[in-house]
Each structure stands twice: as structure tokens, then as C-alpha cells.
Design a protein around this ligand. Structure first.
Ligand code: FES
Length: 110
């Protein structure tokens, strides 16, 4: 069996890895008494991924979906490694702010 050494550095590993909870659901101002929109978090991740693909060198940033991070109903939640930065209460339109945070992390990691 082959095992990997977590301390080993590979050029193929992303420098920043962001997980977006795509199960998060919340009601928008227009939906206060209606159903939550389950597509908001999924679209947030897709938009963030596109922004990062344009902004950062290929392979430096990975944007993945994940399940519950424990901050349900506040809005969209994320966690960014290697610093383990958790953001909650994200809304559609704030994707660029997360990309900015990722950019700051990348700049600090070099
Ligand atoms: S469902 Fe997204 S944090 Fe719980």
C-alpha cells in the first residue's frame, strides 16, 4: 500500500483550496414567506470557480463543493485552506470578495 506524506510538497497540489457548502439554503428578501432557493449556493460556487480560473494561475486554486459546515440558514458558507478561514452568511454577488480573500492568501503563501 502506498501512503503519502502530508508534509511532502507537490507542484500538482493547489496552494489554496476553497470548499463551498452547496447545501446551504436561505430565503432572499423577496422570498421571506416562500421556499428557499437551493440553487443559490451551487451557482455561487460555479461563479467563484469561473472568477478564480480567470484571476489565478492554473492549478493554484481549487474550488470544490462540500456538504454542511455547521452554519446552516445563515447563508452560503465556505472554508478556505490552508488557513481554515470560515466565512458565513454569503450571498449571491459576493463571489468576488471570496476571490479577493483567496488572492490575499496566495500572495502571502509565496
Ligand atoms: S447546509 Fe451549508 S453550512 Fe449547513
Amino acid at each position: 500500500m502506498a501512503t503519502s506524506n502530508a508534509n511532502k510538497k507537490s507542484p500538482n497540489f493547489p496552494k489554496v483550496h476553497c470548499f463551498i457548502c452547496t447545501q446551504c439554503s436561505y430565503q432572499t428578501e423577496d422570498e421571506k414567506d416562500g421556499p428557499v432557493d437551493p440553487t443559490l449556493a451551487k451557482n455561487f460556487r460555479r461563479t467563484l470557480k469561473k472568477i478564480c480560473q480567470h484571476r489565478f494561475p492554473k492549478g493554484h486554486v481549487l474550488i470544490n463543493q462540500t456538504t454542511c459546515l455547521g452554519f446552516c440558514k445563515e447563508g452560503i458558507s465556505s472554508i478556505i485552506y490552508p488557513k481554515q478561514i470560515v466565512t458565513t452568511s454569503l450571498r449571491t454577488g459576493q463571489e468576488a470578495q471570496i476571490a479577493d480573500l483567496i488572492g490575499q492568501l496566495l500572495a502571502g503563501l509565496d
